[in-house]
Design a protein around this ligand. Structure first.
Ligand SMILES: [Zn+2]
Length: 163
């Protein structure tokens, strides 16, 4: 990437200080800037959750600093262009997939809601259904925790609440 490292660092620090940003339709017309901004968002989300999955707590980091979690958008970026950290969640690959599929969501008190329509065998890890009504892990700084509108949108539009 041609974007200089120093300005990337500065961008990341600025976004972290401001809590992120919601882009207007005129912003980010340039593909490269979009990629850079997206990378910054994902890295900040992962760092405020200390590289842990907010759902299951899993944290694995290799010697290159590469971890097992993604900095995920709660309301999809393609639709809302909301790169506020409070629209982010750090999730391991399994739980990122499960969240995007609507297999679980979060209530206003940050408690996990698990879909009743899952058939699951999990001989070596705690089954997804057993996380129901447990509180997700949150960032230390309150300003980075999911703002109510994001999980609400996810519950209403993505979560499979049928039974
Ligand atoms: Zn997880």
């Amino acid at each position: 990437m041609l974007f200089p490292i120093n300005s990337f660092q500065a961008l990341q620090e600025q976004l972290q200080k401001e809590g992120g940003v919601v882009y207007g339709p005129e912003d980010l017309k340039n593909e490269e800037e979009l990629v850079v901004r997206n990378t910054a968002f994902r890295r900040i989300v992962i760092s405020v959750y200390e590289h842990r999955c907010a759902f299951c707590g899993l944290q694995i980091i290799d010697s290159f600093g590469q971890g097992v979690v993604d900095g995920a958008h709660i309301m999809p970026f393609s639709k809302f262009r909301n790169d506020r950290i409070s629209n982010g969640l750090s999730l391991c690959k399994n739980h990122h997939w499960a969240f995007d599929r609507g297999w679980f969501s979060i209530d206003d008190g940050y408690k996990v809601l698990v879909s009743k329509n899952l058939r699951e065998k999990s001989p070596n890890a705690k089954p997804t259904s057993r996380f129901h009504s447990e509180r997700i892990l949150l960032p230390v700084k309150e300003m980075y925790a999911p703002s109510p509108e994001s999980p609400r949108w996810h519950r209403e539009n993505v979560f499979d609440s049928s039974s």
